[in-house]
Design a protein around this ligand. Sequence first.
Ligand SMILES: Cc1ncc(C[n+]2csc(CCOP(=O)(O)OP(=O)(O)O)c2C)c(N)n1
Ligand SMILES: [Mg+2]
Length: 290
Amino acid sequence: MDSNHRCEKLSLAKLERKSIQYRKNVLSMIKKANAGHTGGDLSCVDILNVLYNYVLNVSPENFMDLDRDRYIHSKGHSVEALYTVLADRGFFPSEELDTLNQFQSHFVGHPTRKVFGVEHNTGALGHGLSVSVGVALAGKMDGRSYRVYTLLGDGELQEGSNWEASMSAAHFGLDNLVVTVDRNTLQITGRTEEVSSLEPLADKFTAFGYAVRTVNGNDVAALVEIFDQAPFEKGKPSLILARTTKGKGVSFIEDQANWHHRIPTDEELTAALTELQAAEEARQVQDGTR
Ligand SMILES: Cc1ncc(C[n+]2csc(CCOP(=O)(O)OP(=O)(O)O)c2C)c(N)n1
Ligand SMILES: [Mg+2]
């Protein structure tokens, strides 16, 4: 990846601490709003962290530049993770997030372009990849240097539009498109493989013309390494199969379908924040900052 595609790079230690802070923010935000998608937010926080703090050439200052990188949050229900990261990157003051889901707030339960930093309205699953393909194709036609990054849920892949978009991405040789799949193996009602199976997923994406890599999507260091290698092959769209745990970071939320959009009780919030605080302190000891 050449340097003009990068935001100011944060060290791994800083990125790892940010992931913990983001998880705390997400949980507090969901509790305050009394709505949100807890499991899917915690699943993708590390991916958004690495994208916005390491990979993307996008910031409040350049958000209107035609050559900025585009990020399209196709699994739009995980909006609290996106808002948290955008606030931290300075797109808006974090206090504004206190209005989440309140009457007349721009911060509604799915991303809209009324919020500065949101590239595209999402939430109806199955649209983000088609839009991303169009934006990537436009970039090629206009000779622009930007890249398009998008994040899909694995349950979202059951929408057929993803596969139509994938055929176009390969047909047009969109090596400026980097697709990440949040492969947490859960959708709203249970395991993807029980609801409508997806495997062998890497083989399917390869057959559709992507250059595919698999990574631990909750490991910040591994994510940095894999995003650094994209695009993986000249003339092919890149696909990162990010193996994640839904609800990652809080033991009693991890890997359970019923936490898809459950709100923590007061006691659960306290327990979750305590667990994350302990993780942060352990991290500080490891970094020698404590
Ligand atoms: C077109 C459409 N159908 C249904 C929904 C309702 N819905 C919201 S999240 C979700 C499950 C998505 O599962 P997945 O993509 O695996 O997301 P994650 O596990 O990351 O939360 C569903 C069915 C929707 N938002 N859009
Ligand atoms: Mg899922």
